[in-house]
Ligand binder design. Structure first.
Ligand code: DQA
Length: 145
């Protein structure tokens, strides 16, 4: 059976496709889900893709990942820049955590330049649109194999 990777997405990412398409592209969240599921399958993984607008729910999923020792691909969205609670939950993970962003936050507004998550992630992939997720899944597969 394929090992599971959790692909967790924070606030407003359910709006992909219509949300600032000049920044985030035209792919919808359900298309992104399919991309991740298919890409994971090719790499003998099973992607469990979720999105929430709630910090509490995201933290609950991270606790689940910590308990089950699951690898995580995380787009924390705006929580990236200020949520010490999400960071603390990430710190409990024992399997690899890869932070992803669709855009390149470092090339955008000043408040996006700092990630409170990066310091507890294995690595960060940003600026490659939906390919950021594909690359992260590939890295999880490589680390898993
Ligand atoms: C984002 C970048 C964040 O700054 C922003 O708040 C998001 C999306 C990205 O994927 O590019 O919601 O994480």
């Amino acid at each position: 059976m394929n090992a599971t990777v959790l692909v967790l997405n924070g606030p407003n990412l359910n709006r992909l496709g219509t949300r600032e398409p000049e920044i985030y592209g035209s792919t919808t969240f359900s298309e992104l889900t399919e991309i991740c599921e298919r890409h994971a399958q090719v790499h003998n993984l099973k992607a469990d893709v979720r999105q929430t607008n709630s910090e509490a729910e995201l933290i609950g999923w991270l606790h689940e990942a910590a308990d089950a020792k699951l690898p995580v691909v995380l787009n924390p969205a705006a929580f990236t820049h200020y949520s010490y609670a999400v960071r603390d939950a990430c710190s409990m993970l024992t399997a690899p955590l890869i932070e992803v962003h669709i855009s390149n936050p470092s090339a955008r507004e000043e408040f996006r330049h700092n990630s409170v998550i990066s310091g507890v992630a294995l690595g960060t992939i940003a600026g490659f649109g939906m390919d950021s997720y594909r690359m992260a899944i590939e890295q999880i597969a490589r680390l898993n194999g």
